[in-house]
Every structure is written in C-alpha cells, then in structure tokens.
Design a protein around this ligand. Structure first.
Ligand SMILES: [Fe+2]
Length: 300
C-alpha cells in the first residue's frame, strides 16, 4: 500500500477460524505481516525455524497465560516474546484463553494455513470413519511434540511426532466401520482386521507424502516395549523413539476420550494406567516426563 490509509481495527484482510482459535490478518505487506490472534486454552502456538530464519517473529501477549516448553518458563499477559534465527521449533502451550498480536517479517499466513489444511483433510478422513474427535488427533500430535521438546529430543524427532501424531490412525479409513464402532468386545476376525491399520496407515501416508520416516512411525504406533504390541512385536530400542512417544500420548488421550465401547477415564485413572505400564508397555522415562508435563499444563 502506498500513501496512507485509515481503517477500523475490526477490518481484516483475511480471517481464519478453526478449532485452535481465530486469526485475523491485519497487515499483509511484502516484508511484514501482523496477525491478531485469539487462541483457546489447551492449544499450542508453534513457531518453526523456517518461519524465523533471517526474520523476526514478535508476539505481544495481551491477555491469557502461556507456557514456553523449550525454556520451561511461564509467559504472562503483558509479555513480549521474540524469536530470531531459531534452529529449533518453539512451542507455547496455551494455559488460558489468550489474545495476542503476532508481528512477523516474513509473509507466511496463507502458506501456513494451506499446510494445516492438508493435515486437517487427513484428520477429517479419520474422524468420519472412527468418530474420533478432531481434538484427539490434534492432541496426540501437539502433546507428543511438546513432550519431545520438554525432554530435549532433536528437532527432527519433534517435527516427526507433531505430524505423525496428528494422523497416527490414518490407516483406520480402510477398516470396516461396523468393526471400528462396535460397542462390544471383538472376535478374532474383527481384532485381526483392526490390527491391520498400522500397515494401511503406512501405505496411505507413503503414497500421500513419500516420506518413509513418517510412514514408519505410523507402522510402529502400536508396538510395546516388551514386544507385546503389533504388527511386528518389536521390543525396546527396535521401536523408533517417535513411535514410543506417540504410544504414551495416544494411550493417555484414548483413555481420557469417550469411545464407542467405554466412557472416558479421569486424568488420575489414566495416569495410574500409564504408571502400571511403565517398563512393560511404555518407555519409563517418557511416562515420567509426560506426567510431569501434564501437571504443569493442568496447573497442578
Ligand atoms: Fe492406532
């Protein structure tokens, strides 16, 4: 824009509203982007290295409360957060409904939401079939990546669990709905059929993205540390660390979500189950880290 312009603060150039919140693009110039955002409690604000390369990302927190997982620090209303030339993704967990202004010197708004939309399309496919909520799919990806950051895993692990966590049950789109939604226990044929979803997920994701690493994680997301999982019965370190992380978070999220065959468990009961499964089913370091992180995010 040349010259000057006066407009209402209610006037936006583009508006995106999704499960995470409302994002209004207020200024969209070649080198500058200003977004007024409202993000719901329980969601995550993510700043990835490519967004802040040779650029500055500044977040002005107007209301609400956040937790910066990387530095393990709380961020209160009235704070200003700056990211410049970061080499690792930055994860801000939204503890209370938060209003903020994002100022970025790289135009990424549309591209970023286009990418998110591709993930949402896959989540909708799973949701339509298994009646899992979109929240469950997002939670597994977001919590798994937050756990990976909290425990200081490499950036590649963080990025892998963020994406594969959100679409971990993609393979269920190939399974008969009557079996997936059966309210009673499954017979052998039905259980064998469910056990094929990691293989189907591997095939579908490889076809859609060509990414072997991400597809392998989907293939292993039902393996257990003692070899009692499926499809291969892999043990301990034979299981990729990303799959080990997703197993812990997915188990917690599935236990605390209503399913066709049972009601959701309380947080406390689900934590007790995770502790019971330490060593045998789950990596104990991941269970301890997850419980610690959940206490922080739940304000305990
Ligand atoms: Fe699964």
């Amino acid at each position: 824009m040349d010259g000057f312009k006066i407009s209402s603060t209610d006037e936006e150039l583009e508006l995106i509203e999704n499960n995470a919140g409302v994002f209004k693009l207020l200024v969209d110039d070649e080198k500058l982007e200003i977004i007024e955002s409202f993000v719901h409690a329980g969601r995550t604000i993510l700043c990835q290295p490519h967004e802040a390369k040779d650029a500055i990302n500044v977040y002005l927190i107007l209301t609400g409360r956040l937790y910066h997982i990387n530095s393990r620090k709380y961020v209160e209303a009235g704070s200003r957060i700056e990211f410049k030339n970061i080499s690792e993704s930055q994860h801000l967990s939204v503890l209370e409904d938060t209003k903020l202004i994002m100022i970025r010197t790289l135009v990424k708004f549309k591209e970023q939401f286009r990418m998110t939309n591709e993930i949402y399309k896959m989540i909708h496919l799973i949701q339509g079939k298994d009646h899992y909520t979109e929240d469950h799919c997002n939670d597994v990806g977001n919590l798994a990546s937050q756990l990976a950051v909290y425990l200081k895993y490499d950036e590649s692990v963080v990025e892998n669990v963020l994406f594969s966590g959100k679409v971990h049950d993609l393979g269920k789109v190939e399974i008969d709905e009557k079996i997936l939604l059966k309210p009673s226990s499954l017979d052998k044929y039905e259980f064998d059929s469910i056990m094929k979803h990691p293989q189907f997920g591997y095939n579908l994701l490889l076809e859609k993205t060509g990414d072997k690493d991400l597809s392998d994680i989907l293939y292993q997301h039902h393996e257990r540390m003692d070899g009692s999982g499926y499809p291969e019965g892999l043990k301990g370190d034979e299981i990729r660390i990303e799959a080990q992380i997703i197993v812990v978070v997915d188990s917690y999220s599935a236990m605390t979500t209503d399913r066709p065959y049972r009601k959701a468990m309380s947080h406390e009961a689900a934590v007790e189950e995770l502790i019971k499964g330490k060593v045998t089913l789950y990596n104990p370091e991941l269970v301890d880290g997850f419980i610690e992180l959940m206490d922080i995010l739940r304000g305990v």
